[in-house]
Design a binder for this molecule. Structure first.
Ligand SMILES: Cc1cc2nc3c(=O)[nH]c(=O)nc-3n(C[C@H](O)[C@H](O)[C@H](O)COP(=O)(O)OP(=O)(O)OC[C@H]3O[C@@H](n4cnc5c(N)ncnc54)[C@H](O)[C@@H]3O)c2cc1C
Length: 464
């Protein structure tokens, strides 16, 4: 069933009731930072039309989140600058504000007739939505716009692996592929009178000011934020590289994937738009299927993990069999223990690992295969698995532009056995899958990867 053109299973009434007399309908843009392909926005405009009110869009930047950084803020602000422009062209009022998102929303909710927000899966954004719903004093509707198959439709249990999740998600995939249509609003944008929003003219300056010294630095030169860049990447990927995707994933030199993860992380592109574009290519279905396996099955398996595992951000969220085998090997001698300084100077002495660190520190991203190697090495080179897990998650969420997502927690936990199976027993890892420098050399050409990263970040091609 469709509600205002949106599948009813994406629409959740959080606070019921008659619309209040407020001047406008408020759409709180939290997760899906885009002006198009956005079901919450499309629904908000249609409902505002029905109520005869204008829509006000408020985007919030959570500068009180523990992992906030200038890098992540700059990426979001670059995107919001474009979103603001696009909404203005459509006659929709927009403002962005920073701070505690719940407080910012409640300030504007006081004058609203109804509040619409987009969905979220992680603890902090969920708690913010709950706080807002409890205090808004108006009906609240939450609309999922971040995944293809809504999490509660895909599975009602904690899935153990892609093989158990895949058939469930595939069963529903077809009926959730529709893109929402955004109609021009019938009621003109409200005269703001809403107070100041953030000045988006200079995202770099604004990010520095809001971050207040909390690095790392922005990486716009490598990964500029915004839906336009996301779409350009998607176009290039679909036209030039999708056909080679399965074979490119088996190399570590050269680009490997779509590099869309940071845009998906902040909702600057919808996964539905990505699929729609792929369907217009003539690559064989099994090739497109290899990509959909990552974009839908793996990505939404990560969402299943954070939704169904309350300890998703703690070591104890890792499956019991994996924790048991890692505990049995806790006292094993480590090949080495690396200090935080050596990590942050990309100077552990393992060339591929150090190049991966450099890629992360300087560009905010990392080749997918190296990311697995990176996580596995951090397990091997830290005193115990608990500390290894925490350290990896902290680095992941601070430095990567796509950090702080469901994928981040599932990706790090994967290094500790999540969604995986036991392998032959080895030191330190027990029966958790290991990855070693020798294995990397056997399968790939790490020297080319090292040279390429160093060239890209402007470091001398041979490490000193
Ligand atoms: C230790 C570790 C940490 C990770 N941390 C993150 C993270 O913070 N954020 C993040 O988005 N991904 C994370 N991943 C998953 C994966 O490495 C990245 O999604 C991928 O490298 C992004 O590159 P891409 O966009 O070119 O991927 P593509 O190959 O083009 O895939 C398309 C999309 O599918 C999704 N995807 C791809 N691989 C995976 C995967 N293994 N699990 C879940 N979704 C996937 C991503 O959204 C990606 O953008 C992590 C993996 C590991 C092993």
């Amino acid at each position: 069933m469709l509600l205002h053109g949106i599948d009813a299973e994406r629409v959740h009434v959080r606070v019921e009731g008659e619309p209040a007399p407020g001047r406008y309908l408020l759409y709180w843009m939290g997760r899906s930072q885009r002006a198009h392909d956005n079901p919450a926005l499309a629904w908000a405009v249609a409902e505002a039309d029905r109520l005869g009110r204008p829509v006000v869009v408020l985007a919030t930047l959570d500068t009180e989140a523990p992992e906030v950084s200038e890098r992540a803020l700059a990426f979001q602000l670059e995107g919001l600058q474009e979103t603001a422009r696009e909404l203005a062209e459509r006659g929709i009022a927009f403002l962005a504000r920073a701070g505690d998102p719940a407080e910012r929303v409640l300030e504007l909710a006081a004058d609203a007739c109804l509040l619409v927000c987009d969905g979220a899966y992680l603890r902090r954004p969920r708690a913010l939505r709950l706080r807002v719903a409890e205090s808004a004093g108006v009906p609240v509707v939450e609309i999922e716009g971040d995944v293809v198959v809504p999490a509660e439709v895909a599975s009602s249990r904690l899935e153990v692996a892609a093989r158990t999740f895949r058939p469930r998600v595939q069963e529903h995939l077809g009926r959730f592929l529709g893109l929402p249509e955004l109609r021009p609003p019938r009621v003109a944008a409200v005269d703001p009178g809403l107070g100041e929003g953030l000045d988006l003219a200079r995202p770099d300056l604004r990010a520095r000011e809001l971050a207040g010294g909390r690095g790392p630095a922005p990486v716009s030169r490598h990964h500029p934020g915004g839906s336009r860049h996301a779409m350009e990447r998607l176009e290039r990927f679909a036209d030039e590289r999708l056909a080679r995707y399965p074979e490119e994933r088996r190399r570590i030199e050269g680009r490997s994937g779509s590099e869309l993860s940071m845009y998906l992380r902040y909702g600057q592109i919808s996964p539905l738009r990505v699929i729609e574009r792929l369907r217009r290519t003539d690559v064989p279905p099994e090739t497109a299927g290899a990509f959909v396996e990552q974009l839908v099955v793996r990505r939404e398996l990560a969402v299943n993990y954070v939704v169904r595992q309350p300890d998703y951000d703690r070591y104890r969220g890792v499956p019991a069999w994996a924790r048991a085998t890692l505990a049995a090997h806790r006292a094993d001698a480590r090949e080495r223990l690396v200090s935080d300084e050596a990590l942050l100077e990309a100077a552990t002495g393992d060339e591929a690992f150090d190049a991966a660190m450099l890629e992360m520190l300087e560009t905010g991203a990392m080749h997918p295969t190296l990311r697995m190697y990176w996580g596995k090495r951090l397990l091997a080179w830290t005193a115990d698995p608990e500390q290894g897990f925490e350290r990896t998650l902290e680095l992941n969420n601070r430095y990567f532009l796509d950090g702080g997502d469901a994928n981040s927690f599932a990706g790090v936990a994967w290094c500790y056995g999540l969604h995986d199976r036991p392998f032959p027993e080895r030191a330190v890892f027990g029966t958790v899958r290991s990855m070693t420098a020798a294995g990397l050399r056997r399968k790939y050409d790490p020297a080319r990867y090292v040279a390429e990263v160093r060239r890209r970040v402007g470091a001398p091609v041979a490490p000193s």
